[in-house]
Write a protein that binds this ligand. Structure first.
Ligand SMILES: [Zn+2]
Length: 130
């Protein structure tokens, strides 16, 4: 015996499939946005105290000034933060790769400058990873 599929069943199925697809698309968008680092920012600390927090989604040049002298220049471009200038003797920070992922860091030991990628305040990454 064949079970008859009623018109209502078909409509229900279509709605269900559409809803599932919608959730998947929304999920994918969230993941993509997180990957692009649009909600991420970098926190600059100098000698252990917070110098400033800057959005990775915004192209900008941040001069890090200590005692009236610009010791480092951090450049944010294409969603990545890169130390482009420094007056430290080793220039290790300048040679470090640009950072964009949560908790990646650029450290300038001689100038006591630390640049760290942080997620947005409300995504809870900080509490998980620490
Ligand atoms: Zn350095």
């Amino acid at each position: 015996m064949k079970k008859r599929i009623s018109r209502n069943d078909v409509i229900f199925l279509v709605i269900l499939l559409t809803a599932t697809a919608g959730v998947l698309v929304a999920y994918e968008r969230t993941v993509t946005r997180a990957d692009a680092g649009a909600s991420a920012s970098v926190r600059v600390t100098v000698d252990g105290s917070v110098y400033g927090t800057y959005a990775l989604g915004e192209e900008q040049e941040i001069p890090i000034v200590q005692d009236g002298v610009t010791t480092n220049v951090l450049t944010i471009r294409d969603g990545k933060a890169d130390m482009t200038e420094a007056d430290c003797p080793d220039k290790l920070c300048v040679h470090q790769k640009a950072i964009s992922k949560n908790h990646e860091m650029i450290v300038c030991l001689p100038n006591k400058v630390v640049v760290e990628v942080t997620g947005s305040e409300d995504n809870g990454f900080d509490s998980i990873a620490r």
